[in-house]
Design a protein around this ligand. Sequence first.
Ligand code: NAP
Ligand code: MG
Length: 505
Amino acid sequence: MATSQQTTVEQEAVKRDFYHLVINGEKVKSSTGETIKTYNPATGELVAEVAKASQEDAERAVQAAREAFDNGKWKKYPVGKRARVLNKIASIMRSRFNELVELEVLDTGKTIAAAQGQVSQAIEDFEFYAGAIVGHGGSVNNMPGQFQNYTEKEPVGVCAQITPWNYPMMMAAWKIAPAIAVGCSVIVKPASLTPLTTIVLGEICLEAGVPAGVVNIVPGSGSQVGNYLVEHPQVDKVAFTGSTPTGKDIMKKASDTLKRVTLELGGKSPNLVFPDADIDAAVDGSLFGIFYNSGQSCEARSRLYVHEDIYDEFMSKFVEKAKQIKLGDPFDKGTHMGAIIDQDQLDTIDGYVKSAIEDGAEVLAGGKQAHPEGYENGFWYEPTVIANVNHDMKVVQEEIFGPVVVVMKFKDEKEAIKLANDTVFGLGSAVWTKDGAQATRVAKQIQAGIVMVNCPFSAFPGTPFGGYKQSGFGRELSIESLDLYTETKSIVSYFGSRPLNPLGL
Ligand code: NAP
Ligand code: MG
């Protein structure tokens, strides 16, 4: 049974043939002996086998997390001590940076440059929360007479954290770091396609001194293990990143036990280029906005709106550069775009492109599977630019999650905002203009959690990240996350000189 004692974990090579579950401070096989095989999407080759958690394993993880939370010492540590452990996690990750990057590239097929940025950010997340937690606390209210009221922030409890395959290491860090910073215990269910770096992060947490049961990692099926955690009465909160349909399902199921829920879901983010923009910067930023991570990005700027006065000039540069994007060896620094996660996703992307063509759209670049030399057994798609669309088409309204951008013209600011907001999603958005007043006006009117102005990047530790509308709710990567992993307790006291006698007895 769970002991919240610290466990000594021997460091193994980051890259190996077999990965265990992490439950109650131990690396264990699954109760059924079943495994998940993970493949390198760039080559189609087997990377490793992973213990596949069963519901019995998930139950053990819940009991361990519960015991560690209810009776363990982690949440009682002085905040500076928890901060030291978070910094230690970051420093171990930093010392194993190249190994973590290599593993992330092999498991996802993304480029080494992308993986380096994402692992760096995962490390910085732990450092950010190690600092942020020290200043996180309650408040004092101005009360009448001799009453007092102060609030305390208490950890919400046991958290199930379910992550997707597009940014495995970064999503695990976004979830684990704030939760354990405030004293919660977590059970992380990584995506079945990309569990490796999350498992290693769980091992690093133990090595850094996180007590047994506080961080548990249970790769397994979403519909079985994920769902089991969502419905479990002893789990207090679910933090989910993934698709909008799964998010809706999770919210319904979590309602039976009224769990706290935060959802980071899909997107179809608009990218608006105004006529006074620096065209070269806007072209390069817009290419990055859609083709980074092979378009498998929740905030991918997949709807490009260009003012009619600059449309021809912008598009000729945009399409020419899109055709120069180099696919191939993910470990080669000269490769611009990596692989697609698997055959299913490749088929989904191709289906969207075919539907656009059937609906009368025009493909200006790409539009089919790619076959980079030496990587013929992997999953690849050409950077694809689609024009001549109307706003009702599936390809304009639905999230594709691949390297496909749809392009449209607009005539003025009012129309640009109307088109940008004509979507069920509201995650990212970008505005390119040199006119600060216009940028401010547009930013205020866009219905999205993030607006990037003349800037291709959105995710920085400290910068709230999350969606409006059907892109979910709750914010990660920032101080706000600490509030979302805590309950506010209000303590009202009376220390007056005369006893209170409200009934007048
Ligand atoms: P997904 O199918 O929704 O899966 C996400 C995670 O949920 C996986 O771990 C999956 O497990 C699990 N899962 C599936 N069904 C479940 C269920 N019924 N109950 C509990 N867990 C369940 O999404 P995906 O295809 O992996 O990821 C792509 C999506 O994530 C895109 O829509 C993207 O926009 C979104 N995303 C959003 C953000 C953001 O911050 N807003 C960031 C990244 C990605 P299995 O792997 O075993 O199926
Ligand atoms: Mg893989």
